[in-house]
Structures are given as C-alpha cells and as structure tokens.
Design a protein around this ligand. Sequence first.
Ligand code: SF4
Length: 364
Amino acid sequence: MVQWLFGLSFEQLSSMIERFDRAKFRARQLGQALYRDWVPDLEAITTLPAALRTKLTEAGYIVGLPPILQTFRSVDGTERYLIGASGDQTVETVWMPEGDGAEDNDDEADAAPTRKRATICVSSQIGCAVNCQFCLTAKLGIERNLTAGEIAGQVVAVLRQHQVELGRDRINLVFMGMGEPFLNYDAFMDAVRLLVNEVGLPASRMTVSTSGIVPAIERFAQEPLRPRLALSLNASNNEVREAVMPITRKWPIEAVLEAARKVPLAPREKITFEYVLLGGVNESLVHADEVVALARRTGFPVKVNLIVWNPGPGIPYRQPEDEDVQQFQQRLIARGVPAFIRRPRGRDIYAACGQLKKTTEGNS
Ligand code: SF4
C-alpha cells in the first residue's frame, strides 16, 4: 500500500523511521527534505543513505507532495491550479500576486526588502456542505475532507512552483478556498501546525474564514497556535443571512459572535468580517448601518473586507453597482469601522471568491 510521507508531523516521522534506522537525526533529515527543501521524490533525499531510501520505497512510502496538474493564468497575474489529491481527485488552489486589496496582516514594518508578495488561497475540502447561495463551490456538495498533507501540500506545491524563498518573500495564506475548514477541523489544524512548525510560515500571516461553525470556533479559541480569524458574515441581520447562508438557522449571528468573543486576540489583532456584496440583497446603507451596529456589539476589534460578488452560472444574484459598493465602504469608515474592498482577482479563470468549482475553463 502506498503511504504518503508528506503530511506527517515530526513526531510521526520519528516513530515511522525508527523502524528502519535507529539514528535519531534521520527524522530531522527527512523533515528537512520534505518541508524545507520540498523534494519531489525519495531518491532526491541524498542526506539519507541509499539503503534507507530503498527500504522506505520497498515499504510503500512515497514523498507524496501533491502535483500541480493544470494551471490557469488570469490577465491580472492570478493563477488557479488544479492540484492532484488521492483517489484521482483534484483540489483548487489560487496564487494571487501582491495580495487582493484586503488589509495586509503585517503590522510590523519589514526589515528586509522583499522580492515576492503574494497570497495563496487554500482549500480544505473537496466541495462543501455549507450551501451558501452565492457560491459555486456549494453546487458540488461535499465530496470529502482533505487530509493535513493535502492541505499543507497545496501550499508547498505552489511555493515550489514560484520558487519562493521563505524569509525573503512575503506570503500570506488564506484558508478560503473550497470547503469549510471548521468542518474538517482536525486536519485543518494539523496542516496549520505543519506549515508553521515544519515549513516555517508564520501563523500571523495566515487567516482562516469560517461560515460560523460555533463549536469549532470555541475549540479554535483554545489553540495556542492559530491563524487569524475571519467570519464570513455576508449579511447584517439573521433574516437576510438565512436567505443567503442557510447555516444561519443552526447558528445565528449572535451565537457566532459569542463564540468569537472567546478567541484571545494578540495586541492589534482584529477579527475580520468577510462581506460579499450582493446587488439588491445586502448592500444598502441600512445594511451598512446594521453592520456598524454589529461591529460595535462584538466587544472585539473588527475590520470588514467587502467582496464584490463574482457571478457564476446558475447563481441567482446580480453584482452591486460600483457606486453602492463605494457608499457602503464609506459609511462603515465614517462610523469608525475599518473597511476594505477586496479587488476581484482572476475572474476570467474562475479563481475569484466563491468561484472554485473544479472548472477546467480559463486560459491554461
Ligand atoms: S462560501 Fe465557503 S462555506 Fe460557503 S458554500 Fe462556498 S466554500 Fe462552502
């Protein structure tokens, strides 16, 4: 049986390799090769003796870094990838150079000049069970959870593709691709720990967005190491939210905010409200005032990322007018709530928010 090495924690690598070689440093060498050198196969791990590589191969171990099967390039520089997952399935990951217009996570000034700046949007499931009415991924339903190796592997596959130098290049991760990370909580958090502890990406440059899975937010609040939190709000009251996000019937806005209040924030850390603006549904100034009232009620610092809805086939909404988007943002800012408009990225290749649906359309 084939067994993937990529995705195993240092402790798991240690107990696995002990069966083949008693030298304690072998696990560290293997971890270095997998998570820092991003080797494509076992034969490339020349720090391990050839005999050990052979034994591992005979036992069915492979590196298992997920392959990029197809790349779609947008005119704006965004790239969408179909990445291989086990069982001949694919998952979607997006590379957005220079971020997406949302506020940067970086509160400190950079000491060293950076070469590349980009945000990688990572998937946590194949499909999604949450059924947000504005989202193309929802149309797939849920196929399965991704493993920790498949989640972290998307990141490393893309870092490798772009020859990123960690420490010099500035990479943000957003867990906002296909799926609801908090409905695959354990694998998602294992992936975060791998990416922080083994790959070397700082947790402060990661953001996870949830549709509001209350028990998982409460677990998240206990994590010693965690990304920043974004709540996919998308409506200013429960009535509108139930219509666009039926999950609101299970966990209304107040319950989500109550759970989020338990997350201990670092100095200057804010919780983000993600807000997809849908024409004629949630983008009036009355809605903006309700968002302000919600932000004030939270008891924690909030910033709002406004996302102009991206059209998709069979989704019964319309885009808001530019003027309404500007007015909505200005209203929030005028009432003391920081608000940013996320530039739509990669719309022409179905890479923008809510468009990930394993489509093979776009410019490959
Ligand atoms: S917006 Fe996110 S949580 Fe909602 S259906 Fe789409 S992928 Fe799932």
